[in-house]
Ligand binder design. Structure first.
Ligand SMILES: C[S@@+](CC[C@H](N)C(=O)[O-])C[C@H]1O[C@@H](n2cnc3c(N)ncnc32)[C@H](O)[C@@H]1O
Length: 311
């Protein structure tokens, strides 16, 4: 089937299990987006944004979707062996359009207030279930450089109080980037951290060819300038360095970009793959489905690529 980017997908999987099964609230949400945009325009014209109203709408939408997510979680995701292989096929032999196929509005969110506000309070929670975390940690144990390898530097983007690396994992340098300092301070694996809003400033504060690995867990969907960020990732990775983007089917709905919240899991794989492709400097991206217990736990997908060794 051809997806909305004009790229051929073998199979489309149901996703955002907490959201899609209900049609009526989505209609409601669309009308909320519409009024939200109107409010913003009016606010800009009059140099006055009715913030409390905007935030109020955001919060009610947020609770609505989180309530729905809590009811069904990932349970309606009817994964099977063939769906697993479909996910892994998504990035095989893609004929990418010449131009990046997304528009500016694809990167808008319900909640366009500064991300620093949304992440102001620490959240010492996990965003995927224990089985999905275990699957990710196992995957990392297979692909990350061995613990304590001399000269290895790792960047965990969109990091928090956990990075899900194998227990006791250490490197000379593991940098966390995120938006909440309290969370980053508590992350035991980090040797240093940087608080920076990547949607405001996508420039990574590191020299060229610095990192062996970049990880990003369940957060690539919050990037509104993904190509800028991925170009920066390519710049700061060492030649041959590995970038691992992992995600599930859950998100802070109001903060995820609209192209993410309006598409399914296979599309998400394609979207992240496109970031690598159009940023340049990366080998063709690949997808792995590491969902630990399909239908019974959160799904977990990896899209990864290496910086071209000669780049
Ligand atoms: C769902 S949490 C995931 C945290 C962590 N990676 C994990 O697996 O638990 C989203 C993370 O993305 C980060 N984030 C969201 N928007 C960001 C932005 N604009 N700039 C930098 N980091 C951002 C937040 O700091 C937050 O830690």
């Amino acid at each position: 089937m051809a997806n909305r980017f004009g790229i051929k997908l073998q199979n489309r999987l149901p996703s955002l299990a907490g959201v899609y099964p209900f049609s009526a609230p989505i209609t409601t949400t669309n009308s909320v987006i519409y009024s939200y945009k109107k409010l913003r325009i009016v606010g800009k014209r009059r140099a006055f944004i009715p913030r409390r109203v905007v935030i109020g709408i955001g919060i009610s939408v947020w609770s609505q979707f989180m309530g729905m997510a809590a009811n069904v979680g990932g349970k309606s995701f009817m994964a099977s062996a063939s769906q697993k292989s479909a996910i892994e096929q998504v990035l095989k032999n893609v004929e990418w359009p010449e131009q990046f196929p997304f528009r500016d509005e694809d990167f808008q969110r319900f909640d366009e207030s500064p991300d620093t506000l949304f992440y102001e309070m620490p959240r010492f929670v996990t965003h995927i279930d224990d089985q999905a975390i275990a699957a990710l940690t196992k995957y990392y144990s297979e692909v990350l450089p061995p613990s304590n390898a001399p000269g290895v530097a790792i960047l965990d983007m969109c990091s928090s109080w956990v990075s899900h690396y194998p227990a006791g994992y250490k490197q000379e340098r593991i940098v966390g980037m995120g938006l909440n300092e309290e969370e980053l301070k508590r992350n035991p694996v980090l040797t240093e951290y940087v608080v920076q809003d990547l949607n405001n400033n996508p420039k990574l504060p590191f020299g060229d060819n610095t990192f062996d690995v970049i990880t990003n867990v369940v957060s690539v969907d919050y990037l509104t300038k993904p190509l800028d960020v991925f170009k920066e990732m390519s710049r700061v990775l060492k030649p041959g360095g590995l970038a691992i983007m992992s995600f599930s089917n859950r998100c802070f709905f109001t903060k995820a970009i609209s192209i993410w919240t309006s598409t399914g899991d296979a599309d998400h794989v394609m979207i992240v793959g496109s970031y690598f492709h159009y940023a340049g400097g990366f080998e063709p991206p690949q997808a792995v489905d590491i969902s630990p217990n399909p239908g019974r736990s959160d799904p977990m997908y990896i899209v990864y690529s290496r910086k071209i060794a000669t780049a």
